[in-house]
Design a protein. Structure first.
Length: 191
């Protein structure tokens, strides 16, 4: 990726996250990045592609942060690792997420499944659900309920996580990630 393209993505990420995707045009992105519109279009082809790369980049960085957090508790009980997801989200939100989840925010603006960014948004959330469901299976949530029990716990963990993301973005009460982690601890037997 060229230095100009990196500047475009950095500017787009900041502007899209702070102001919203629809509120930001390519003229502003190009001006903030110090490139011409021609350069922007030469590198990305369209605003939609910039949106795709903005969201994919944030998702990649989130997955890296989460992997590091989960690696730090590797070998520990799956319930401890489930709580670690919420702790990683608190860390991420403190550094990158003052306005809540970029995927949720983008979905509010991009509800059309034919938009090229839509699979990035829904793919990130499906990945999180798969992560929580995998942890639930390791916890042994299947029990008598089998896979359905693990699926149910995975969805419950996902809902707690998504609720914390939204509550954080809205600022309706302090430390929603800590509150959600406490609920997970209660749910899983005070890990």
């Amino acid at each position: 990726m060229t230095p100009g393209a990196r500047r475009v993505l950095r500017a787009a990420e900041r502007l899209f996250y702070e102001r919203g995707i629809h509120a930001v045009g390519v003229d502003l992105i190009a001006a903030e990045a110090g490139v011409t519109k021609k350069t922007l279009y030469d590198r990305f082809g369209s605003k939609e592609q910039i949106v795709v790369e903005y969201l994919a980049g944030r998702d990649e960085r989130w997955r890296e942060l989460l992997a590091a957090r989960l690696d730090a508790v590797a070998g520990r009980e799956p319930a401890v690792r489930a709580v670690a997801v919420f702790e990683a989200s608190r860390e991420w939100a403190a550094e990158y997420g003052s306005k809540g989840c970029s995927m949720i925010n983008a979905h509010a603006e991009i509800g059309d499944p034919s938009h090229p960014a839509y699979p990035v948004i829904t793919g990130q959330k499906r990945w999180m659900l798969d992560l929580f469901t995998g942890l639930a299976r390791e916890i042994g949530a299947g029990g008598a309920g089998g896979a359905a029990g693990a699926d149910r716990l995975g969805r419950t963990l996902m809902l707690l996580h998504e609720g914390a993301l939204v509550a954080h973005g809205l600022g309706v009460f302090p430390d929603p990630f800590g509150h959600a982690a406490d609920e997970v601890r209660d749910l899983l037997g005070r890990v």
